[in-house]
Design a protein around this ligand. Structure first.
Ligand code: ATP
Ligand code: MG
Length: 328
């Protein structure tokens, strides 16, 4: 793949609760190549949304703070930009589809106006030009009858159509990177497949790079090129999809894969990883996963494992990575 369009180095998000500061996202580092689709996975509360909101500097509450070494978008360090600078980047070069589309579309504004807003703001387009472009974007994301739909309000759209409208808003200014937070979770399987197909097409046609947050390893297997696994605010494994799914090296990644429902012989078998993720203000000593790990060693309670690059390519934060033998 080509040089990374996005380079994240040591991204952290912390929350101040009174006197205490809790780290929600702890020194995340990864690269994203042009046209790459990265799946960001991990249990609820592991910090996936916070990491991506930190990247966009769109944090939902004033007690939250982003820090880190660098977030480079095509070489430019976004951490050195002020809020005005970030506003020019968001929407235009970094797009985001939020976890809940209904709460991020303005119910009182026509769909076309919401798509056109960014076009007018970033490209200085007139109202008419913006409307014409909004129709075109709606067509691209597969909204039927866009000439009429452009004047609809969000409540007149079905769930799947609202999700497409969100994608249209995020793509209106042709961003380099799209962050999609659970883009298909609320949708039925048919619509889910259509939205995933749409994202793949956009990647193929525009070279769009995508960070896709999802709970669903099935979606990852179908759609992504690479996978990053988060646990309790930290990256525990990152590498190509094929390597991670066939040969997970972190016990947590292996546990997640084993938790996928196996639909063999007409029945679904659902396992879970025993125990709960730790509270971020009461973390265990050493590796954060050690209380749930099936094969902890002596170092696991002593020190926090940093990401190390394995010979076969993936990065793993584990003192005792699993053997590289392929799983059955
Ligand atoms: N304003 C806040 N102040 C302090 N902690 C917060 C705040 N908002 C969220 N958190 C905590 O940040 C952590 C990460 O949350 P985040 O929403 O990123 O998880 P997630 O991986 O996206 O989970 P899900 O899969 O459920 O969407 C959680 O422990 C959450 O409780
Ligand atoms: Mg989330």
């Amino acid at each position: 793949m080509s040089t990374p369009v996005l380079q994240v180095e040591g991204l952290s998000v912390s929350a101040r609760n009174g006197e205490r500061e809790v780290t929600l996202v702890d020194r995340l580092s990864f690269d994203l190549a042009e046209g790459e689709i990265l799946g960001l996975v991990g249990e609820s509360g592991s910090g996936k949304t916070m990491a991506c909101r930190g990247l966009m500097r769109l944090l939902p509450s004033p007690n939250l703070r982003v820090h880190g070494q660098a977030i480079r978008l095509a070489g430019e360090n976004l951490l050195q930009l002020d809020e005005n600078g970030m506003r020019a980047i968001r929407g235009r070069r970094l797009g985001m589809i939020f976890q809940n589309p209904s709460s991020h579309l303005d119910p009182l504004m026509r769909i076309g106006e919401q798509i056109g807003e960014g076009i007018r703001l970033h490209q200085g387009a007139s109202k008419r030009e913006a409307r014409a472009q909004a129709i075109e974007v709606l067509r691209q994301v597969g909204v039927p009858d866009p000439l009429r739909r452009v004047d609809s309000y969000p409540h007149e759209f079905s769930g799947g159509m609202r999700q497409r409208a969100m994608i249209a808003v995020a793509l209106a200014c042709n961003p380099q990177v799209l962050i999609a937070d659970e883009p298909t979770t609320a949708l039925d399987v048919t619509v889910q497949a259509q939205i995933l197909r749409l994202l793949l097409d956009l990647r193929d046609q525009r070279g769009l790079s995508i960070i896709m947050i999802t709970h669903d390893l099935g979606v990852v297997a179908q759609t992504c090129d690479s996978i990053a696994v988060m646990y309790a605010g930290r990256l525990c494994e990152h590498g190509s999809k094929h390597a991670l799914l066939a040969r997970p090296r972190h016990p947590y990644t292996a546990g997640l894969i084993d938790c996928q429902p196996a639909t063999g012989a007409g029945h679904a078998l659902l396992r879970t990883i025993a125990g709960q993720p730790p509270l971020l203000d009461a973390l265990p000593g050493g590796c954060r996963f050690n209380p749930r790990c099936l094969q902890p060693g002596s170092r696991c309670t002593e020190s926090l494992p940093e990401l190390q690059v394995m010979i076969e390519g993936p990065r793993v934060a584990c003192h005792y990575p699993l053997a590289a033998a392929a799983r059955p």
